[in-house]
Design a protein around this ligand. Structure first.
Ligand SMILES: *[C@@H]1O[C@H](CO)[C@@H](O)[C@H](O)[C@H]1NC(C)=O
Ligand SMILES: *[C@@H]1O[C@H](CO)[C@@H](O)[C@H](O)[C@H]1NC(C)=O
Ligand SMILES: *[C@@H]1O[C@H](CO)[C@@H](O)[C@H](O)[C@H]1NC(C)=O
Ligand SMILES: *[C@@H]1O[C@H](CO)[C@@H](O)[C@H](O)[C@H]1NC(C)=O
Ligand SMILES: *[C@@H]1O[C@H](CO)[C@@H](O)[C@H](O)[C@H]1NC(C)=O
Ligand SMILES: *[C@@H]1O[C@H](CO)[C@@H](O)[C@H](O)[C@H]1NC(C)=O
Ligand SMILES: *[C@@H]1O[C@H](CO)[C@@H](O)[C@H](O)[C@H]1NC(C)=O
Ligand SMILES: *[C@@H]1O[C@H](CO)[C@@H](O)[C@H](O)[C@H]1NC(C)=O
Ligand SMILES: *[C@@H]1O[C@H](CO)[C@@H](O)[C@H](O)[C@H]1NC(C)=O
Ligand SMILES: *[C@@H]1O[C@H](CO)[C@@H](O)[C@H](O)[C@H]1NC(C)=O
Ligand SMILES: *[C@@H]1O[C@H](CO)[C@@H](O)[C@H](O)[C@H]1NC(C)=O
Ligand SMILES: *[C@@H]1O[C@H](CO)[C@@H](O)[C@H](O)[C@H]1NC(C)=O
Length: 629
């Protein structure tokens, strides 16, 4: 069950609920001596068994799911561990803070705890011996495998590493009996800056202190001890592993600072199965494809390299999209210092899961036609730079307490910029809405395709091999070449008119710009029929985008069409200057200098983009799916 992530407002509600539940507990405490026992502080080393309590009543089970009781049952028949003292007359926020110094609050396996902490304060937790030595959780099914290359995504690397580790620990482990404990922390809220200028002020990150020694049960700042291990969060995230045989004492400290005031809120979890919260700091695993003035299209890297007829490929294509995305303006400071924290991004990112503005889907378009997840992000401002973070909610199918990796995962952030001018990736006009725009282009292309299809049927395609026009190619190849050519020609890829890239062709110069300005009548752009109008008259008459620049379709699309289609269809490519005015040439360095469907983006060997590359936005995504399915 997902645990409530408390914002300030929500914590009000939680506090009220908490107070009510506390009264219930209090009532039960007074009635039941066993319960009174449960509310005592259980010091490390104690082995109280509170088995009965759980079975006692539904209320208790419900209380278990609120932040009041800071302990959980790992297994229905296992021990229940330590307990903090309760201040029944206080809200949950202050209750946690107040009782922390008095005792240690225990952490359950894969059960996160959420707490507020004031600047300068330290809070103490314990991951008890019984849990450390307890049984591991059954292994999960996991996502379909990543097959076929050396650059495995981090989550698979992690899982296989994990499996190896478990194998080895099960053989050697008996002698040593030490268990790897995975400790992770994410900062969900940060204190506020109490100066107006934020320049040069960085958020002090939470500190985590770990001790495995009974002699140091309350590790923390200012303690000089050899058994103390110190960690500091980075971007609101901290992870650590320790080899433990007994209680693991963990403390969280909020460093003193004069520049900030207020509280932090954090999630802390410990596990013997794997990290509850995860990050991938090495790669964004996310690529920017294209944007217009208000939306952007991004994709993950290939999630598998396996062949399109394999089961693995099919599994990936059929999966419920496992990833999510968070997007925030780079000058929105609310996520600054918390970029690696799932709970922070989930609450503070401007666009993300649970908010409007992201459509997701599995797709196989792009280089290699491998499965990947695509994100269509809307609600962006023009000419603005955004951070994009790929993330996973819990383990992708389940999140929250009891789930291995239930705290989610965040990848390294990347950034992208939306376009400045009112020029879509396809020629457009502000007064035409995006779906009408898509329909105009699609129906135009589909009409052309229907005409072509009819003509193709006149040719003897599905007859005996002897009467087929060529042995090397057939009508399916022709149809496929025609679709590729048609997409590139009827839905031109558009750049801002101001772009000075040499391979772009100005179009529609005869029309006024959207702001009313016109290009002078005697300008060469207007005297040449090539630049004065669009290739496709429907664009000028129905969409009226004003002047724009076209990324010309690649010459080979035309040559392929001529080569694969029956000569009876009489396709021909233009020659001389007309060829260069209508078609572009592929760059030998494979930068995108001409348009071809499926070659949506270009990756250089260093895994980053080299130059701006373009696909048609949404329209063609739909179009492509229609025609390749
Ligand atoms: C809370 O209860 C304690 C005793 O348990 C009492 O001393 C304190 O005044 C109470 N605080 C409030 C705000 O009622
Ligand atoms: C903050 O300063 C106080 C007083 O100097 C000290 O007791 C406390 O340990 C400090 N807190 C942290 C987290 O360093
Ligand atoms: C996520 O966790 C749940 C419960 O722990 C498990 O049933 C499910 O298979 C896991 N999903 C994946 C993709 O590992
Ligand atoms: C910690 O203790 C060691 C030896 O006891 C000493 O050399 C060192 O200076 C101490 N460090 C601090 C910060 O007190
Ligand atoms: C920030 O606020 C705290 C108390 O709210 C104050 O002590 C401190 O001086 C302030 N710092 C600055 C730089 O204004
Ligand atoms: C642990 O944190 C480091 C960076 O602090 C990160 O590189 C690594 O991927 C994290 N491990 C997991 C499993 O998230
Ligand atoms: C998939 O197709 C390739 C050739 O395209 C073939 O060699 C392979 O046997 C096929 N695999 C399956 C599982 O059908
Ligand atoms: C995906 O795989 C194809 C080849 O299979 C490769 O060309 C491409 O660079 C890979 N990465 C992305 C992000 O498309
Ligand atoms: C868009 O700009 C407005 C005004 O500057 C700002 O308030 C808003 O947060 C921005 N939205 C996004 C998603 O960047
Ligand atoms: C955000 O950045 C843009 C430039 O990218 C700037 O024009 C705008 O004023 C900034 N907004 C805020 C609120 O700082
Ligand atoms: C965006 O990313 C590029 C490189 O990937 C980096 O140089 C640039 O500083 C980033 N911009 C922002 C606003 O973070
Ligand atoms: C109108 O827009 C065009 C292209 O965006 C620009 O070159 C021109 O200066 C603008 N005219 C006015 C009056 O803003």
């Amino acid at each position: 069950m997902p645990f409530p992530k408390l914002t300030h407002l929500q914590s009000r509600v939680a506090a009220t609920l908490a107070a009510t539940l506390l009264l219930v507990i209090l009532y039960l405490v007074l009635l039941s001596p066993r319960f009174a026992y449960a509310v005592e502080v259980v010091l490390p080393g104690d082995h109280h068994c509170h088995l009965q309590i759980q079975a006692d009543s539904e209320i208790v089970n419900e209380v278990q799911c609120t932040p009041e009781l800071n302990d959980y049952w790992d297994e229905p028949d296992e021990d229940r561990d330590g307990e903090g003292g309760e201040d029944e007359n206080e809200s949950w926020e202050s209750a946690v803070i107040a009782r922390a110094p008095a005792g240690l609050i225990s952490l359950g396996n894969n059960q996160f705890q959420q707490s507020n902490i004031k600047i300068g304060e330290t809070q103490w937790w314990v991951f008890p011996k019984e849990t450390v030595t307890g049984p591991k959780s059954p292994s999960m099914s996991g996502l379909p495998a990543y097959l076929g290359a050396s650059n495995m995504p981090a989550h698979d690397q992690y899982i296989s590493h994990e499996l190896k580790r478990r194998d080895s620990s099960s053989s050697e482990g008996l002698a040593k009996r030490s268990t790897t404990v995975y400790i992770s922390l994410t900062t969900c809220l940060k204190p506020s800056l109490n100066t107006t200028s934020s320049s040069g002020v960085t958020l002090p990150q939470l500190e985590v202190y770990v001790s495995l020694d009974e002699s140091l049960q309350k590790p923390g700042p200012g303690i000089n001890s050899t058994v103390l291990q110190t960690y500091q969060a980075d971007g609101g995230y901290m992870n650590a592993t320790v080899e433990a045989t007994g209680d693991v004492y963990i403390s969280v400290a909020a460093p003193n600072s004069t520049s900030f005031s207020g509280i932090y809120n954090y999630e802390l979890a410990a596990s013997i199965d794997g990290y509850f919260h995860q990050v991938d700091t090495l790669q964004p695993f996310l690529f920017f494809i294209d944007s217009d003035v208000g939306s952007a299209l991004l994709v993950t890297d290939n999630v598998t390299q396996s062949a399109s007829n394999s089961t693995n490929y099919k599994e990936w294509m059929d999966i419920t999209p496992p990833y999510t995305i968070f997007v925030s303006n780079t000058n929105d400071s609310s996520i600054q210092g918390l970029e690696r924290s799932y709970c922070a991004l989930n609450q503070l990112a401007q666009i993300g899961k649970g908010k409007n503005g992201v459509e997701v889907g599995m797709t196989n378009w792009g280089l290699g036609k491998k499965p990947k997840e695509q994100f269509y992000v809307t609600g962006l401002n023009r000419s603005s730079t955004y951070y994009g973070f790929l993330a996973m909610d819990g383990n992708s199918t389940n999140s929250g307490n009891g789930v291995i990796g239930g705290g989610g995962k965040v990848w390294q952030g990347m950034n992208f910029t939306t376009k400045a001018e009112v020029a879509y990736a396809v020629p457009s006009n502000t007064s035409v809405n995006i779906s009408a725009l898509g329909k105009t282009y699609d129906s135009n292309a589909i009409n052309s395709y229907t005409n072509f299809s009819n003509s193709l049927q006149q040719i003897q395609c599905n007859t005996s091999p002897e009467s087929i026009y060529s042995l090397a190619v057939d009508c399916n190849d022709c149809a496929s070449a025609y679709r590729k050519w048609l997409c590139a020609v009827t839905i031109p890829r558009c750049y801002d008119f101001s772009s000075s890239l040499p391979f772009l062709q100005p179009r529609n110069a005869g029309q006024a710009f959207l702001n009313g300005t016109e290009i002078p009548v005697d300008d060469p752009l207007r005297t040449s029929p090539i630049t004065n109008a669009s290739r496709n008259p429907i664009i000028d008459t129905q969409i009226k985008p004003g002047p724009y620049k076209e990324l010309l379709p690649c010459q080979d699309l035309c040559y392929d069409l001529v080569r694969t289609c029956p000569s009876a269809l009489q396709f021909n490519c233009p020659k001389g200057p007309w060829l260069n005015a209508s078609y572009g040439v592929r760059d030998p360095n494979s930068d995108i200098t001409c348009s071809y469907l499926g070659a949506d983006y270009y990756l250089n060997s260093a895994w980053s983009f080299h130059g701006r590359t373009h696909v048609l936005l949404y329209t063609v995504a739909v179009f492509w799916v229609l025609w390749t399915s």
